[in-house]
Unconditional design. Structure first.
Length: 469
């Protein structure tokens, strides 16, 4: 047993005599503790002693409370920083995410992308509900479709479409074919339309050969069942709007002139019908643009005329159109171009008179078509001689420039679409062969050959020789 002496406040404890059978347990001294000193609750045990001793759990609770406080404080700091710096953080994450598309599937990243895209994910591209055909080719992906959809005004943001395509796992579900879209669709509606069944397309091919004028192309379209409106085609080709011309800055087109000469001769596929519907899926605008694109593709940098040639490309094209209507054999095109260039140059006093039959035929046909109902152009026979001397054919002032038996100089513009070979001949005419030819005449039954001469006397002799006089 251990006895402690009772004490009163301010009394020092008094030692008692020890009895023989009584043991005493001494408390270990602790010079760092003061019995009268206040200790915080978290350091005391339930019996008032310090919690440092073995078996005490007060310190564990204190550490946990401290860690919890630190975590809450850190969360508040991070939350505040993220709120204040959110635009900067979002921008950085968005830029990184588009460079690493796989990250777009991460929920937090996806939320930031949606916030960045905003209404582009939900708003329609426009208000035009007219349906138009859109083709998905074999091997196309969302990445290859996005710029074409944007160019066709079916979407307003490539990123919005790509993000939605990732969310809907579009790529493995794409099918090749033609689909009907309209410009008032949302990104989701475009995606759903592309996942639908392809429409059935009925097509018709039309071939425009070299040497046709715009009116002939229009007449040919009147005979082909398609969605292309011949009247709309003719209006666009003869009066191209500024919005169309602005998309083809390489066009060397004087103000007020038609697209004559620039609508390249080739075979084009026209849409006849789409799934039995009434939507116009190929327009006159589509065809005109396709022909202008083909012209640029074939002619290429020839539209840039060397300075030494002394002519604009439009003038080259005009000369080439005359060559196209005259020449049959490719090897004769530079020589025929040389004849007309020599006349334009006034070689041997020709007074720059071209005497080109096709230009007068062009003016004659223009007058006849003006008197013919539009839907009967397909019945008209073009480029036919009038049956009288061309020098005596009179035309109104607006066509006088094409009467090259009466008016000198180059005609106002092309009379047809020339071939590449005729354009190359006009760019490099043979003006010096045998001293420079000024005349030529077709050889009957000569398989397209011409007889070339340098003087009027020689030319008249050939006219008699071949039965023209």
């Amino acid at each position: 047993m251990t006895f402690r002496g009772a004490s009163r406040p301010n009394d020092r404890p008094q030692a008692r005599p020890l009895e023989p059978d009584v043991s005493i347990r001494r408390e270990p001294s602790n010079p760092r503790r003061d019995p009268g000193r206040y200790e915080p609750d978290w350091r005391r045990t339930s019996n008032g002693r310090s919690g440092r001793g073995r078996g005490s759990n007060g310190g564990g609770h204190g550490v946990l409370r401290f860690l919890l406080f630190a975590l809450v404080l850190a969360a508040l700091v991070v939350g505040t920083m993220f709120t204040v710096l959110r635009p900067i953080v979002r921008s950085a994450i968005v830029d990184w995410a588009w460079e690493n598309p796989g990250s777009l599937r991460i929920p937090l990243v996806g939320d930031l992308i949606r916030e960045d895209l905003g209404s582009a994910l939900t708003d329609p591209a426009g208000g035009d509900s007219t349906k138009a055909e859109f083709e998905v080719a074999l091997g196309d992906t969302a990445a290859t479709l996005a710029p074409r959809l944007l160019g066709g005004a079916f979407i307003t943001s490539e990123r919005a479409f790509l993000f939605h395509a990732i969310e809907t796992d579009l790529n493995p579900k794409l099918k090749a074919g033609h689909f009907l879209l309209h410009h008032s669709m949302t990104v989701d509606e475009v995606t759903q339309a592309l996942l639908g069944a392809p429409i059935q397309i009925s097509t018709e091919v039309v071939t425009f050969r070299e040497g046709l004028r715009i009116e002939q192309m229009t007449a040919l379209l009147q005979t082909v069942p398609s969605r292309v409106d011949p009247q709309a085609f003719y209006e666009l080709a003869t009066n191209p709007p500024a919005t169309l011309l602005g998309d083809y800055p390489w066009l060397d087109l004087p103000e007020g002139r038609s697209l004559e000469g620039y609508l390249y001769p080739a075979t084009y596929t026209l849409i006849v019908d789409a799934g039995g519907g009434t939507a116009s899926v190929t327009t006159a605008d589509d065809l005109v643009r396709a022909m202008l694109g083909k012209f640029r593709e074939v002619v290429g940098d020839l539209v840039i005329v060397p300075e030494g040639r002394g002519m604009t490309f439009y003038e080259i094209l005009t000369l080439a159109s005359i060559v196209e209507r005259e020449a049959v054999l490719d090897e004769e095109r530079p020589i025929i171009a040389g004849v007309y260039q020599n006349r334009l140059n006034g070689l041997r006093g020709t007074a720059r008179i071209l005497n080109a039959d096709p230009t007068v035929f062009y003016a004659i046909d223009q007058l006849a078509l003006a008197e013919l109902p539009f839907d009967q152009w397909q019945l008209y026979s073009f480029w036919n001689p009038p049956g009288r001397a061309l020098a005596g054919v009179n035309v109104p002032p607006e066509l006088q420039g094409y009467q090259t038996y009466q008016t000198g100089g180059l005609i106002p513009g092309p009379i047809c679409t020339p071939s590449l070979e005729s354009i190359e001949a006009a760019l490099a005419p043979d003006t010096e062969l045998d001293g420079g030819y000024l005349y030529f005449v077709a050889i009957p039954d000569g398989a397209g050959k011409h007889a070339f001469t340098k003087t009027l006397a020689e030319h008249q002799a050939n006219l008699r020789k071949y039965g023209y006089l």
